[in-house]
Write a protein of this length. Structure first.
Length: 199
């Protein structure tokens, strides 16, 4: 799926008109509840166990981040090799969440939902699955990080009860060797770390 305005992969869907956009062409603005469209969709969520599901996760990672490895919390993860849940509409995989376990926490390493299926509650359902898993394993916290430009992700996680507890200045810029342009052409520099206490 390509951005309507260029050949880059689409990452987001416009809340008002539904147009698919890349990060460069995604604009941040204030919307009232009437203009925020919700999508109704039947979907299921299952643990990713099949090779074809792992391959699909690799495709998602390439589309959304352009690389198979994610650097988060000072660790490098190959996303498709991690435990994951996938969201399916019929037989089609439309989203996934991957995570890593530490002694006391679970780290959400990657979460994505195809743009045309966004705003249907899939990301929230995927995150809740990982939270349930973390509680089952008696972990104390759920962790996630995002880049400083990704205000939609920052809002999303805070709505789910996560709080910012640390900012790692320039860590993303150092990883890429330069400051890239992100959502709304904001400079991508810093890693924002969020946590949710599980009690």
């Amino acid at each position: 799926m390509s951005c309507k305005y260029c050949e880059n992969d689409a990452i987001y869907r416009c809340n008002v008109c539904g147009t698919l956009t890349c990060t460069e062409h995604t604009k941040l603005q204030t919307l009232c509840p009437t203009c925020t469209k919700k999508t109704t969709l039947n979907y299921s969520i299952n643990k990713a166990t099949l090779n074809k599901e792992k391959k699909k996760i690799q495709q998602f990672v390439k589309q959304f981040w352009g690389e198979q490895e994610q650097l988060t919390f000072n660790k490098k993860f190959t996303v498709a090799q991690l435990p994951a849940y996938v969201a399916k509409s019929g037989k089609a995989i439309i989203g996934f969440i991957s995570f890593a376990e530490t002694k006391d926490t679970i780290i959400i390493v990657a979460l994505s939902v195809l743009p045309k299926y966004q705003n249907a509650g899939i990301g929230k359902s995927l995150t809740k699955k990982v939270e349930t898993e973390a509680k089952r394993l008696r972990k104390k916290k759920l962790l996630v990080s995002t880049s400083n430009d990704d205000l939609p992700a920052l809002a999303f996680y805070q709505h789910l009860g996560f709080q910012i507890y640390e900012v790692k200045p320039n860590i993303i810029a150092k990883k890429h060797g330069s400051v890239l342009k992100g959502i709304s052409r904001l400079p991508i520099r810093d890693e924002l770390r969020l946590q949710k206490n599980l009690k």
